[in-house]
Design a protein around this ligand. Structure first.
Ligand SMILES: NC(=O)c1ccc[n+]([C@@H]2O[C@H](COP(=O)([O-])OP(=O)(O)OC[C@H]3O[C@@H](n4cnc5c(N)ncnc54)[C@H](OP(=O)(O)O)[C@@H]3O)[C@@H](O)[C@H]2O)c1
Length: 243
């Protein structure tokens, strides 16, 4: 494919790193000069151009802009009716993106996570699943959602990632204080948590770790008694209400 990227920020850069080995011709916009230059340096099939040249050299366009500034930036550009547009913007619906890119149409909203740079990432999406799967599906797990309300709920729930990372990081620091290799302590806990959750549903994992009086059961019951489960539910409800 001839892939263009308007807005070469954090997530678009991770996406390009994840797909650059697949033989596409990729053109990224010159804003975020450090990101763009790094991609062009690292991959022979990535080049840097102005926003309009990105569109003119592409058949499939990713939008990595912030949703608040995208209408103004995109209004200055000329899309073609045959452009296929995939928005990475969490804050704009498929319909809103469609209005920004006319006469092209918005094919999909796709929300990757930074791990897409290495592959193996979860990817949320609305719209043309065949198109999204053809670009990132071979190396990542694509979750196709049914509508904007579904997407809004998934966007709230995915925020569990940061508290989980904090909890693993805190346990790694606790462990590092008692062992002489902090890097190994963190690597062990990351591998333990990631591999365990990748292969097993949470209910089955908790059951498997439910040896009466065992460390896993005791720590889980301690955390539940301290209110972490209720705090999580309240926090998700607050995100849903926009608080
Ligand atoms: N970060 C994530 O994990 C993540 C995950 C899924 C979806 N998203 C969505 O992805 C979008 C971008 O997020 P981000 O975290 O990657 O933010 P970001 O790093 O701030 O990226 C925004 C990019 O837009 C560029 N930009 C601003 N004005 C421009 C213009 N006139 N022409 C071309 N590019 C311009 C910025 O360049 P300058 O730096 O030069 O201003 C920056 O590179 C957001 O809508 C967000 O909802 C993010």
């Amino acid at each position: 494919m001839k892939i263009g990227v308007i807005g070469t920020g954090t997530i678009a850069t991770a996406l390009v790193r994840g797909i650059a080995g697949d033989g596409h011709q990729i053109t990224v916009s010159e804003r975020s000069a450090a990101h763009a230059a790094g991609l062009a340096r690292d991959f022979a099939n990535v080049r840097v151009a102005g926003n309009q040249a990105v569109l003119d050299q592409s058949d499939t366009v990713f939008l990595g802009l912030l949703a608040e500034t995208a209408p103004r930036i995109l209004a200055a550009l000329r899309f073609r009716p045959d452009h296929r547009v995939i928005s990475l913007m969490g804050g704009a619906t498929l319909e809103q993106v469609g209005a920004m890119v006319a006469p092209a149409r918005a094919n999909a909203v796709m929300l990757p996570f930074p791990a897409i740079a290495q592959g193996g990432s979860a990817v949320l999406m609305l719209g043309d699943a065949d198109l999204v799967n053809s670009i990132v599906g071979a190396r990542n797990q694509v979750f196709v959602l049914k509508d904007a309300q579904d997407l809004a709920a998934y966007l709230c729930a995915q925020a569990v990632l940061s508290p989980v990372a904090r909890m693993v990081g805190d346990a790694a620091r606790w462990l590092a204080a008692r062992s002489d290799d902090p890097a190994q302590a963190e690597a062990f806990l990351r591998a333990l948590v990631a591999s365990s959750l990748a292969g097993t549903e949470t209910g089955a994992l908790i059951e498997a770790l439910n040896t009466p009086g065992g460390y896993n059961q005791r720590l889980r019951l301690h955390m539940e008694a301290a209110g972490t489960g209720a705090a999580l539910a309240r926090g998700l409800d607050r995100l849903e209400r926009g608080e």
